[in-house]
Every structure is written in C-alpha cells, then in structure tokens.
Design a protein around this ligand. Structure first.
Ligand SMILES: *Cc1c(COP(=O)(O)O)cnc(C)c1O
Length: 471
C-alpha cells in the first residue's frame, strides 16, 4: 500500500515512512492511494475475531512494511483486557431500543484517544528500534491528547515526550493524570499562558528546521495516519456487536473536534462496512455542523473559539477535514489546493454550496451533523442518568443529542463514548449534583507528587529545556 498527499505531491510513501511524520512535504495530509475493499465473506470471517486479531487484519491491509508476525504481536500487546478493562475492549451497551453507546474510554486515560495512542506507542518503539533512532515528541495539550500520548509513550525506548499545557487551565483530574507520571522519558511543561500559546510554541520550534533536525523533534497530533487507522478498527467492532449479520446497515454518531474520529468512520465506510449514516456532533464550536448544513467551511479565529463544557471539541478548524474533502471532490488535488490553500488562505473560508460535490456529502458519503449547547449537554446527562441509570460525559452527551435528531427506525444508532464522566466531573456535578464514580486506579491521584516545570510562553525557553534534557 502506498500513500499520497491530498495536495498532489508526486512522492508515494509506505506506512513506516509516514508513521513518524506529520504533514506531507507540500502541506497536505497522507491518505492511502485506494481504500481496500472488504467483501461479505471477509466480514463474516472477521465477525467473531477478538479485537486484537481484528485490528491485525485491518492494519494488514494498510501496512506492508512490517512483517506480519511482528504486526500481529504489536496488536496483541496493545489491545489487552488488562489495558482496556474488558475482553471486548470496546463493549457496546444498549440504552434503549436501537440506541447504543460504544465504550471507547476504558483505556489508561479514560478517553477514546487511548485507542489509537496505545498502538502508536508500540509502533513507534518498534520502528525506532529497527532504525536505531530516537524521537523527541513535542506536543501541546488542553487535556486529553497530552495524557493519552504520555501514557502511551511512558517507559518506551527511544522516545521522549515534551508536553506543553496551559498552566492551571486543565481540570484537576487531568493535571493529576499527567503530572503524577514519574517516568524519566516524560516531561510536563506548564506554560504561563493559554492553549494557543502552547500551540504557537510547538509551531515555532517545529519551524526551526535546524533545531528540529538536531533534536529529532516529532509530533503525535491527530493528523497522524496511524492514529486514524487504529480508529477504523472500532467501527468494525461496533458494527459486529450491533448486528447479527453483515447485511444490516448501522449508523454512528461521533462527538467531533478535529474530525479525526469520524474520518476513521468514513474510511471504514469506504472499505465497504455497511454504515448508513455518519453523524458529526459538534458543540458551540460548530465549524463542521455549519459545513454539513450549508456547504460553507469557515474557520474561526482564536477569539471566536468558545470555551465550552465539552472542551476537547473546542476547535476553530478541523485538522483532518481536508482528508474527507479530498474524497468529496473526487480526489482532485488541484481543486483541493484551490479550496485549502487559495480560498482558506485568502479568505478563511471556502464555499461548496453551489458545487454538485456538496450534495454528495450526504447522498453518497452518508454525512449528517448536529450541534449542542451547554444546556443541551446538561439535559442529556440528566435524561440519560434518569432513564437508563447511566452516567455520560459532556462530549458523549453532545453525541447523544445529535444522534437522537437523526434516528431512523430499524437502523441501530451507535454513539461513540469518547470520555468517562470522571474526566469532566464539574459539568456532571452541575447536571446531577453528584460526583461521578472514579475507577479504583485513579483514587487519590490529585495528592500524588507532581512532576512538572513552569516555563514562560516563549519558544526559546522551551528549546533550551529540550536541549538540556536530550543527552
Ligand atoms: C479528542 C476528543 C474529541 C474529538 O475527537 P476528534 O478526533 O478531534 O474529532 C471528542 N471527545 C473527546 C473526549 C476527545 O478527547
């Protein structure tokens, strides 16, 4: 399998070449040249596989530069009941007739990002050892990504993590999760500033090419193809649990920010998994909902990005969206460049409302969307607790709200649970007046010793810290 850039660069790459990379050299995102097709006989074979073997089968279609036995061992080591809490790994629970929650949040940091990041940690360690190389991961986080990356990379050979976060802005639970890690290869850097300052620092350091090369700086952000690929697996696993045979359509609703999660659903659908509808759920930061309603994609400025009670969806532009639009415009790289380089670059938006391609988003690709407010979120958390005795987190609540607006009789609707309520306790308390349950292994973590340095919002200070800790 070869990978191309959405912006038309002539190079073709293989999986392990793009594993440790971010954007393609022309600023595009990597996608496979074609989507492997899965027929009904294959679906029938896959239906009964344990999760780690299903992951191996799906990854094998996209990875041809890791020996099969090694890839199989990596999948087996990653997706265990020990790490993810159950043998099913992503158990499905029926809330009411035809409405399901797929649990993706029982990994080490209690958010769905573990599903991909745990695999990435093992793939990185494998590939770096094979190359005899090292990598220093530099990241910016407002919570979920940073902790998932740290728990995936802790103790891994050849990898260090330097994770910046806005000082004092994460929830106490999120801070405790990250800062209590004592592993020597994990570095928490609390920046005096906001999340945008952290992102600017990561950009500034990455743009210093000499520094980047010398200190082998890499990232694990959501545009990484391997992360996306790992997420494709749980759409298949969810489908198999929601149906008794492989001719039944199923719909999914996905709480969305950077469009990484739902883009994996799009890939699963392109492979032939019988997905009827993919519902993109947003919060007040509704760039994506606006696009699917109107055909206009209008990125927001930082000042117009709301701080909401589903903070992991607070984005001003959706970094994976370019992948879907590439398919939407028939993989026409020149057209894609016009939209994402010319139009977005000049005006901050593009408009497909009059383009025949826009209709295809719903008709051919099955996309719908929805939007929630803080009040919707609270109402959904209360309703789910009251009627089904189930506690959900604010992001999952955004999903459930959008899902209910798109139900079709006879078609199971699977809502992806993207975090556990304990991670966002304040909003759950606001809705219900009670603290969500806390898994045993997280009891008292706020009191553990913290390993974190404070630095000013200054790329030079962060560079100096990295240089100092790289030998
Ligand atoms: C990251 C995250 C999201 C958004 O996922 P994308 O892949 O960026 O669309 C939603 N919910 C939670 C809890 C998250 O951590």
């Amino acid at each position: 399998m070869n990978y191309l850039s959405t912006r038309g660069h002539a190079d073709r790459k293989r999986f392990c070449e793009i594993l440790l990379e971010g954007l393609a050299p022309d600023g595009g995102l990597y996608l496979p040249e074609t989507y492997p097709q899965v027929d009904t006989a294959t679906l029938a074979k896959w239906r009964t596989l344990p999760y780690n073997e299903l992951a191996f089968e799906i990854l094998s279609l996209y990875v041809d530069d890791i020996p099969a036995a090694d890839l199989k061992a990596i999948c087996a080591k990653t997706y265990t009941a020990e790490v993810f809490g159950t043998d099913e790994i992503v158990p499905l629970r029926e809330l009411e007739d035809g409405v399901y929650l797929e649990a993706l949040s029982n990994g080490p940091t209690l958010a769905f990002k573990d599903m991909a990041m745990q695999l990435l940690g093992n793939l990185f360690e494998y590939e770096l050892a094979r190359r005899g190389a090292e990598l220093n991961i530099l990241g910016a986080t407002s919570g979920d990504t940073g902790s998932a990356a740290e728990y995936a990379m802790r103790g891994k050979k050849g990898v260090r993590v330097f994770m910046t976060s806005p000082d004092g802005r994460m929830s106490p639970f999120q801070q405790a999760q990250m800062f209590s890690l004592q592993d020597a290869n994990i570095h928490n850097i609390a920046i005096t500033g906001v999340f945008d300052d952290c992102q600017d620092i990561v950009k500034a350091v990455s743009n210093d090419l000499a520094f980047k090369r010398k200190y082998r700086i890499g990232t694990v952000n959501s545009i990484n193809w391997a992360r996306l690929l790992a997420q494709v697996v749980y759409y298949f696993a969810g489908y198999f649990q929601a149906t008794a045979s492989n001719d039944k359509p199923v719909s999914f609703t996905v709480p969305s920010g950077n469009f990484g999660n739902v883009c994996a659903g799009h890939v699963a659908r392109m492979m032939g998994l019988p997905i009827q509808t993919l519902v993109v759920a947003t919060n007040e930061n509704d760039v994506l909902d606006e696009f699917f309603r109107t055909g206009v994609y209008r990125v927001r400025a930082a000042v117009d990005t709301h701080e909401t009670s589903s903070p992991s969806m607070d984005i001003s532009k959706a970094s994976n969206f370019e992948r879907f639009v590439f398919d939407l415009v028939g993989r026409d790289a020149a057209r894609l460049r016009q939209l994402f380089v010319d139009d977005l670059g000049l005006t901050g938006s593009f408009d497909l409302s009059a383009d025949p391609a826009f209709k295809q988003a719903a008709e051919r690709f099955g996309f719908r969307s929805g939007r929630s407010t803080h009040a919707d979120r609270l109402a959904m958390i209360r309703d789910t607790e009251k009627r089904f005795a189930t506690l959900i987190d604010p992001h999952t609540a955004d999903g459930l709200k959008a899902a209910r607006e798109q139900l079709v009789p006879g078609v199971p609707m699977v809502v992806l649970e993207t975090a556990l309520p304990i991670k966002f306790a304040a909003t759950v308390v606001e809705a219900l007046g009670e603290e969500p349950a806390r898994p045993k292994k997280f009891e008292g973590i706020e009191a553990l010793p913290k390993r974190v340095v404070q630095l000013p919002a200054d790329a030079e200070a962060v560079k100096a810290y990295i240089a100092q800790h790289c030998d």
